[in-house]
Design a protein around this ligand. Structure first.
Ligand code: PRP
Ligand code: URA
Length: 212
């Protein structure tokens, strides 16, 4: 069995500040979407730290230079619908050449178990390093299931990026997929009786899309 990777939890003041604004129930959908985009961009900085570089020769206005550029690494973002879509714009702004796959899952309101309704991944997913996007890691059921579906179709490596996680979700995901590096912008206290993250930010999909 592969070694369990340590989760990365962000303590950067900019990220913490923006998440506090997202948590506020008086923050409307427009501002919420802008904030989730900004937080995702900041998280990408750390989540792509291991991207390999290669040297090229370029001409500056002054001289010829050996300069570093990201090696042609194949990446794919896979947002978990719906709420994962809120993180896609920020991710693609940082890495515009990445392909995008989609996995549709919703949590049954009674059982809290994930229900699958869609999966469309790039045809060459087996050659790609995948970053799964979902703002909320609550029980972990949705993330565990989405990553299982990606593994069935193949991927070179998988990372999972979320804005807010509950300890229960981190434990479940780490146990089910110990090879997946988890990036968490804020680790919260617990889940409530309805399996919502406390203090959390409520229903991420509703906050992004203005539903409910
Ligand atoms: C939310 C969230 C995650 C899931 C997390 O989606 O975006 O996908 O819940 O909960 P879990 O860790 O307990 O599985 P939701 O089911 O509300 O669907 P939506 O994004 O379509 O609103
Ligand atoms: N899904 C959400 O959108 N929020 C939670 O707190 C838990 C699951």
């Amino acid at each position: 069995m592969s070694k369990e990777l340590q989760s990365v939890i962000f303590d950067h003041p900019l990220i913490q500040h923006k998440i506090s604004l997202m948590r506020d129930k008086n923050t409307g959908s427009k501002e919420f979407r802008e904030l989730i985009t900004e937080v995702t961009m900041l998280m990408c900085y750390e989540a792509t730290r291991d991207l390999p570089l290669t040297e090229v020769e370029i001409e500056t206005p002054v001289s010829v230079a050996r300069a570093k550029v990201i090696e042609g690494r194949k990446l794919a973002f896979v947002p978990i619908l719906r709420a994962g879509m809120g993180m896609l714009e920020g991710a693609l702004q940082m890495l515009p050449a990445a392909k995008t796959g989609h996995i549709g899952l919703y949590r049954d309101p009674e059982t809290h178990q994930p229900v699958e309704y869609y999966c469309k991944l790039p045809g060459d997913i087996g050659e790609r390093d995948v970053i799964v996007l979902d703002p909320m890691l609550a029980t972990g059921g949705s993330a565990v299931d989405a990553i299982r579906q990606i593994k069935i179709r193949g991927a070179r490596s998988i990372k999972f990026m979320c804005i807010i996680a509950a300890p229960e979700g981190v434990e479940a995901l780490s146990k089910a997929h110990p090879d997946v590096q988890i990036y968490i912008a804020a680790l919260d206290e617990c889940l409530n009786a309805n399996k919502y993250i406390v203090p959390g930010l409520g229903d991420a999909g509703d906050r992004i899309f203005g539903t409910k």
